[in-house]
Design a protein around this ligand. Structure first.
Ligand code: ADP
Length: 482
């Protein structure tokens, strides 16, 4: 690679002599000026590796010229060519960093070539160093960006175990200042079954940091001959997974309980009937109704569990037909008549809607069975349940309100989560009913919302887009005292 060497001298003969001398070296491209001002003008557009200037020139002296050249091209290496008379001035300039070297006139050819060559090498090596540094800065920046975009928390230490890099996800988990602190500070704040040494040697740990559940993996990056290693910690926030695990195990416990209770009464009453041939017909009838009711409870539970698994596996298929919601609701009420009677709950159905919606009858039945079963389950005896169907030009809405125990405000957003159950209630359930309701309504392009006041009751409102109006007129209102 050829480097630009700029030479300034008012004496054309000297200029040409230097030019001839340096031109032999292919590493140099020579540019000469016999006017310092012209050279300064040219420097605005050029960046030479070396500037060689004569000392005594008519416009400005060489030192002033080189000092101005330094302002324009600070990276160029500056050399002055002068006689003995100016040496003290030149030494001052070298000490002030204005120039790099000086060459005496008359010069020695090989000395001049060597000095220019050294200056050129110095310039090029500085340029390479700068480029390498710039590359390191860019790489560093890219690395920082990569680390900060990692979804999990990252914490990196130096070889002495002091924290040097963290990312945003880490700060969300552990907001306290950790940079320049020993990594042990982080482990002290974390609750885990393992000690710091065990975590480092096994490379894995689970624990909690102020109620956040974390899964940590520790990587070691050994620095060649040193024994110490950089530590790279990846900290994953597993609070949600932990909650789901917890909910799942609660679910398994409550499903098995839910299965066992009806099964034991089915078995118990069947045995009683088998053992006693002379049971009065009324009693037989009573026992059989209990068996039927418990079997229906079992069937609805199994249905919910199966539906959950089909929805979760994504293989559910609905058969959409025009559906009159009033029919679905009447069917649901008939199915749940015995529970309503048993709980001594009054139900009222009121409808001003006579349009159909595109829907799957079986799935919609499940929606209303789940909502109505909850309303019955969470409403004390002698309570009221009111179902209202109402339609506008675009939607049909159904509201199911009860005078039950209500739902705490802070849990309203969670009740549609799978396996979620309001805490501290001694009522049977699995926490999948409302999740299924929401999934089925979503598949019908509908919406569900809930309003509730603790101790007063809840209102679940569903709305579906209307498909077409039908001509058949239905009763406007109907009520049953059960
Ligand atoms: P579960 O099997 O527990 O009934 P759901 O998914 O059907 O599960 O309901 C989730 C939770 O929402 C219930 O545990 C219950 O506490 C609350 N909930 C649902 N419906 C009502 C209601 N009508 N009144 C009061 N609480 C209700």
């Amino acid at each position: 690679m050829s480097s630009l060497i700029l030479i300034v001298d008012d004496d054309i003969l000297i200029l040409n002599a230097v030019k001839r001398l340096l031109r032999r070296d292919k590493r140099f491209t020579i540019l000469t000026f016999n006017s310092a001002n012209d050279a300064l003008e040219k420097l605005k557009t050029l960046s030479p590796a070396v500037i060689l200037s004569d000392m005594r020139m008519p416009e400005i002296n060489g030192l002033t010229f080189l000092s101005k050249a330094k302002e324009i091209c600070p990276d160029s290496i500056r050399i002055i060519l002068s006689g003995y008379a100016d040496t003290s001035l030149i030494i001052d300039s070298i000490n002030l960093g204005e120039i790099w070297r000086y060459l005496l006139k008359p010069w020695d050819d090989s000395n001049l070539i060597q000095t220019i060559s050294n200056a050129r090498d110095l310039y090029e090596s500085r340029r390479r160093e700068e480029a390498a540094q710039e590359k390191i800065i860019q790489l560093n920046r890219r690395l920082q960006n990569i680390i900060s975009s990692v979804y999990d928390g990252v914490l990196i230490t130096d070889s002495d175990g002091f924290c040097i890099i963290t990312n945003k996800a880490f700060k969300n988990i552990y907001p306290a200042e950790i940079i320049s602190h020993p990594v042990e500070d982080f482990f002290t704040a974390m609750h885990s079954d393992k000690s710091f040494e065990e975590i480092i040697s096994s490379g894995k740990a689970r624990g909690t940091i102020s109620e956040i559940h974390v899964d940590i993996s520790v990587g070691r990056y050994d620095e060649s001959i040193h024994n110490n290693a950089f530590l790279v910690l990846v900290i994953r926030n597993i609070t949600r997974e932990h909650e789901v695990e917890q909910l799942k195990s609660d679910f398994v416990a409550s499903v098995s309980h839910e299965l066992r209770t009806p099964l034991s009464s089915i078995i118990g009453f069947s045995k009683m009937m088998l053992r006693n041939d002379s049971l009065p017909v009324e009693e037989q009838h009573e026992f059989l109704s209990i068996i039927l009711q418990e079997a229906e409870r079992l069937s609805s539970l199994v249905e919910n569990v199966l539906n959950l698994s089909t929805i979760e596996s994504g293989v559910i298929s609905y058969s959409f037909k025009p559906i009159l919601l009033r029919n679905v609701i009447d069917n649901t009420v008939s199915t749940l008549l015995s529970s309503l009677k048993e709980s001594n709950i009054f139900i009222d159905v009121e409808s001003t809607a006579d349009s159909t919606i595109p829907g799957d009858f079986h799935a919609l039945m499940q929606v209303f069975v789940n909502l109505l079963s909850n309303a019955i389950k969470f409403t004390p005896a002698k309570g009221n349940i009111q179902i209202k169907l109402h339609e506008t030009a675009e939607t049909i809405s159904v509201s199911i309100s009860d005078t039950g125990m209500g739902i705490p405000e802070n849990e309203l957003t969670h009740i549609f989560d799978r396996f979620y159950r309001v805490k501290g209630r001694n009522v049977k359930g699995t926490g999948i009913g409302l999740h299924l309701v929401q999934e089925i309504i979503k598949a019908h392009h509908g919406e569900i919302e809930v309003k509730s006041t603790l101790g007063e009751g809840s209102i679940f409102t569903i709305s579906f887009p209307v498909s077409n109006r039908i001509t058949e007129i239905h009763d406007i209102s109907d009520s049953h005292l059960l």
